[in-house]
Write a protein that binds this ligand. Structure first.
Ligand code: HEC
Length: 122
């Protein structure tokens, strides 16, 4: 009886090890590390949200992360500057007031990309 249960435990252990090796192996194969350029949007099923695949949102996110995140927080969650999630800022406001420390430095294209990004925040 005891031998049998030890055998059972061993079989289980070995199966788990094989299973985890298979899982780890698959995981590294599927992962497309560094194969995409920095401006591409986060890979996400197109059906789940129209904004995730919008290149303007991806560009806006990269501008936001370099120029706005310091005050408005990751994903606009707020910091020294107000939380931007759920807001629909006007282009003229951003253009003449933001970034707070260097207003007037953004191009109209950058501002419209930023608005695309900010309005995509949830
Ligand atoms: C140095 C800090 C700082 C930076 C950098 C900054 N902001 Fe702001 N932002 C603020 C503050 C503070 C306010 C609040 C209003 C004010 O004081 O002018 C604000 C207000 C805003 C608002 C209005 C929010 C509301 O409640 O209506 C928007 C939109 C905005 N910022 C967008 C941006 C964008 C886009 C960038 C990057 C290009 C940016 N900000 C960079 C500090 C900053």
């Amino acid at each position: 009886m005891k031998v049998k249960s030890v055998q059972k435990t061993l079989t289980l252990l070995v199966s788990f090890m094989v299973l985890s090796l298979v899982l780890i192996g698959c995981g590294t194969k599927i992962d497309p590390t560094n194969s995409s350029p920095p401006t591409t949007s986060v890979p996400e099923p197109a059906a789940s949200s129209q904004t995730a695949v919008d290149p303007a949102v991806a560009r806006g996110m990269s501008i936001f992360n370099t120029q706005c995140k310091v005050c408005h927080g990751t994903n606009g969650s707020g910091g020294n500057g107000p939380r931007l999630i759920g807001k629909t800022p006007s282009a003229s406001y951003i253009k003449s007031n933001m970034p707070r420390n260097k207003p007037g430095t953004l191009s109209s294209d950058q501002v419209s990309d930023l608005i695309a990004y900010i309005t995509s925040l949830k």
